[in-house]
Design a protein around this ligand. Structure first.
Ligand SMILES: [Zn+2]
Length: 182
């Protein structure tokens, strides 16, 4: 499934927000806080999600781990395949530089739905915690967080976040960001 193609089918009254995880390294920052995207859900208790049954087992495991990782936040992910707001899947694209992407559909500042993907071109060769670092980062975008450079899960570069910092679960700063919205 192609996130960009999918996004183009959404009607024009909906704002599409793309947030990506970059493969390339960025300049690290030791300042820890959070950045909000400006978009948030009306209600995240619960926030219903579906996992694509066709994705790889490794991707599915990563999403499940990251859903659990975020549960201490004020958002409550709940599996509901028949009535969901969040769709979790993977895709294969060798022609792009991101290993994870989140597509939000919004109205005003309210998030109506979200689809998040791991790019298995990269993530199929990742270590388990590295893949989980990407899926957890993308769920941060699903919840309304923006990129934030530093020792946090919302650090945009997977190289920095995992190889340098070895972060693959939300930090207190990431939780603080989500809890500031809900
Ligand atoms: Zn990102």
């Amino acid at each position: 499934m192609q996130p960009f193609m999918k996004s183009r089918t959404i009607k024009y009254t909906t704002v599409i927000v793309l947030t990506i995880s970059l493969i390339i390294a960025a300049v690290p920052s030791l300042v820890c806080a959070y950045t909000l995207s400006g978009y948030s859900w009306d209600d995240v208790t619960p926030l219903k999600y579906k996992k694509d049954s066709g994705m790889s087992a490794a991707s599915s495991t990563a999403w499940s781990s990251s859903v659990s990782d975020w549960q201490p936040s004020d958002a409550n992910f709940q599996l509901d395949s028949s009535n969901y707001e969040v769709y979790l899947s993977d895709t294969y694209n060798s022609g792009i530089g991101w290993d994870g992407i989140t597509v939000l559909t919004t109205s005003g500042t309210t998030i109506l739905s979200a689809s998040a993907y791991l790019n298995t071109y990269y993530t199929s060769s990742y270590a388990v915690t590295q893949r989980r670092s990407v899926s957890g980062h993308e769920l941060g975008h699903v919840l309304g967080l923006d990129e934030h450079s530093g020792w946090v899960l919302m650090e945009p570069s997977t190289y920095n976040r995992w190889h340098l910092y070895y972060i693959y679960t939300p930090t207190q700063d990431d939780f603080n960001g989500v809890n500031s919205m809900y």
